[in-house]
Design a protein around this ligand. Structure first.
Ligand code: GRF
Length: 233
């Protein structure tokens, strides 16, 4: 899809969001979609958890929801087949994982190749998997952040579309760092959806290009330098 964003449903990219829990990233996308010039609309919110807060958020926004309870359905393949059927029936052109706590089968990932994205709360490839904030603090890194990436079969691996960097503060706990990173996720995830829906994102192997994207020129330094050094000698 390309060209000028339009609020006509037929011209807005149909996206689905898969979520298992709180759904704050879903909410950020819902809020973004409410803007008349946002080039995407949510056609389905799907969860594996019948009690997920994400489902309440979706219903509150008047969105179509589906629940496939992984405890009921049996195998991973059966779950992914059912999910794929729901997504295809809803006409999803892009599938956004937002706190979706299930590993997807290679068949599912292949069916949505370059149409399946995820947000992960670390600067990948550092700290894939769980407990990212505690691991980042223990490693003493000065920056944490989040990554929005295309999904491949390996967990938390795939071409990186965009990242945020947030400073790790003195005295941070996993919770305080998580709050800062999560807030940054809410800024970046809807932005990536917009770029994709505007047809500006291209994947070439492991690299992603975004037409017209502006790259910041300044270095981020943490801790802040207290001396100024001239660039020229
Ligand atoms: C986010 O930190 C996301 O990066 C990770 O799971 C969390 C989901 O949070 N994959 P929410 O359900 O969107 O609030």
């Amino acid at each position: 899809m390309s060209g000028k964003p339009s609020n006509q449903a037929s011209l807005r990219m149909a996206i689905a969001v898969l979520a298992s829990g709180r759904g704050s990233n879903l909410q950020a996308i819902i809020d973004a979609c409410a803007a008349p010039d946002f080039p995407a609309r949510i056609v389905l919110v799907l969860s594996n958890m019948p009690g997920a807060q994400a489902l309440q958020r979706a219903k509150q926004a008047g969105l179509a929801t589906a629940v496939i309870d992984h405890k009921q359905i049996g195998s991973r393949e059966a779950f992914d087949k059912a999910a794929q059927e729901r997504l295809v029936a809803a006409g999803a052109e892009l599938v956004c994982l937002a706190g979706f706590m299930r590993i997807l089968t290679p068949g599912f990932v292949a069916a949505f190749h370059d149409r399946l994205i995820n947000v992960h709360p670390s600067l990948l490839p550092a700290f894939p998997g769980l407990h990212t904030h505690a691991l980042a603090i223990a490693a003493g890194v000065r920056f944490a952040g989040c990554t929005v990436h295309y999904v491949r079969s390996e967990v938390d691996v795939g071409p990186i579309i965009a990242q945020t960097a947030v400073p790790v503060q003195i005295g941070d706990t996993a919770d305080t760092l998580a709050a800062r990173v999560t807030a940054s996720e809410h800024r970046i995830y809807p932005q990536v959806v917009r770029w994709i829906a505007e047809g500006r994102v291209r994947v070439e192997g492991t690299r992603v290009t975004i037409d017209g994207a502006v790259v910041p020129a300044a270095a981020l330094i943490n801790p802040q330098p207290t001396i100024s050094v001239s660039a020229k000698k």
